[in-house]
Design a binder for this molecule. Structure first.
Ligand code: NAP
Ligand code: NAG
Length: 329
């Protein structure tokens, strides 16, 4: 025992600098992780008797959000493109929450027909819709096209959700007070809406397109809120944080091996999906937001979005363009 203690003491004396550095690095890392973790939704609001629809809820932060809504007693609709993965997620959510009222519906946001079919199904079979969460997203894929010929990231992240929300507005209004929550990203800050080349046909860059689509999310939230004033339907857009999910799936394979290794290490410091879902949950249920609409949130608090996301004229122009692209008069 004494030998051991002396050995430790000797080691410590010989390695004071190294140990101090390791300690500091450890403390720094913990502080960094705490900072990354961000806010937590503290609301205990019950959702008994309410219905929530979440897009892209089979994985990532959508799945965590769905679990939280189920735990609050809501009827939860997982609107997903991959029914097998969605059913597995629904089983898990039912089991963890003890709430059997969790259903799966087919939605491929890369197809306007699929969006219309889902919206019709919901209108015909659901008596109410209290919270719509536009969560699904695709990031930095190659230049792909949706079924209707739109650039994939703009098509899925913005246009599909634009049409879905428009089609469900009557049901949301009937269920007021109700909410629309739009999952955007910090990436909007470097975004630009390329009105003269919205599909980025001239010069496609995966990052450029992702930023444009996430800026479109914030502008849509702003314009939608303005149009819904007085209806009891309120709108929120948000940045969820930087989170360990499958979102990097198209980015990852294109990286060099060493970059993938570094990225894997850095990923361990990101928010967990549970942490990443907190701002979405906050916007969906927090009682303090009932009379607030059209703002952007981060870490469970309002945040001023980038200047180009506060541009009223651009928000109106994007609305008109989107409406014509999805065939809404
Ligand atoms: N992770 C982050 O650090 C981060 C940061 C800022 C913003 N966000 C935003 O957070 C949201 C959720 O992302 P996540 O991180 O949870 O990513 P994720 O794990 O990749 O989940 C994305 C979800 O979207 C679904 N989806 C993709 N394309 C779809 C389509 N055409 N139709 C229907 N669903 C589709 C996916 O379905 P499949 O499983 O079938 O592909 C999946 O359920 C996104 O809007 C993203 O932009 C994330
Ligand atoms: C919301 O507005 C209503 C009606 O004006 C008011 O009675 C209520 O106190 C407000 N709630 C909050 C949390 O601000």
């Amino acid at each position: 025992m004494q030998h051991y203690a002396e050995a430790v003491k000797g080691f410590a004396q010989d390695h004071t600098t190294g140990l101090t550095a390791a300690l500091l690095a450890g403390v720094g890392l913990m502080a960094f992780r705490r900072w990354m973790a961000g806010g937590v939704c503290r609301s205990k609001a019950s959702l008994e008797g309410k219905t929530v629809l979440i897009t892209g809820a089979n994985t990532g932060i959508g799945k965590e959000t769905a679990l939280d809504m189920a735990q609050r007693g809501a009827r939860v609709i997982l609107a997903c493109r991959d029914l097998t993965r969605a059913r597995i997620a629904a089983d898990e959510i039912r089991q963890k929450s003890g709430n059997g009222n969790v259903v799966v519906k087919k939605l491929d946001l890369a197809s306007l027909q699929s969006v219309r079919d889902l919206a019709r199904d919901v209108q015909e079979t659901e008596s109410r819709l209290d919270i719509l969460i536009n969560n699904a997203g695709i990031m930095m894929c190659p230049k792909w096209e949706t079924e209707d010929g739109f650039e994939m990231q703009f098509g899925v992240n913005h246009l599909g959700h634009f049409l879905l929300t428009s089609c469900l507005l009557d049901l949301l209004k009937k269920s007021a007070p109700s909410r629309v929550v739009i999952v955007s990203s910090l990436a909007h800050e470097k975004g630009h809406i390329h009105f003269d080349d919205i599909n980025l046909d001239k010069d496609y860059e995966p990052e450029l397109s992702y930023r444009q689509s996430k800026l479109a999310n914030v502008l849509f939230g702003k314009e939608l809120a303005a149009r819904l004033q007085g209806t009891g339907v309120t709108v929120y857009s948000l940045h969820p944080g930087v989170i360990r999910t499958e979102l990097g799936r198209h980015l990852f394979p294109s990286l060099a091996l060493w970059k993938r290794v570094v990225a894997s290490v850095v990923m361990t410091m990101f928010k967990s999906p549970w942490q990443g879902a907190q701002t979405t949950i906050y916007c969906a249920v927090d009682e303090s937001l009932v009379n607030v609409s059209g703002l952007y949130y981060s870490d469970c608090a309002p945040k001023t979005p980038a200047a180009q996301a506060r541009d009223d004229a651009a928000a109106k122009k994007l609305w008109e363009l989107s409406a014509s692209m999805v065939g809404l008069a």
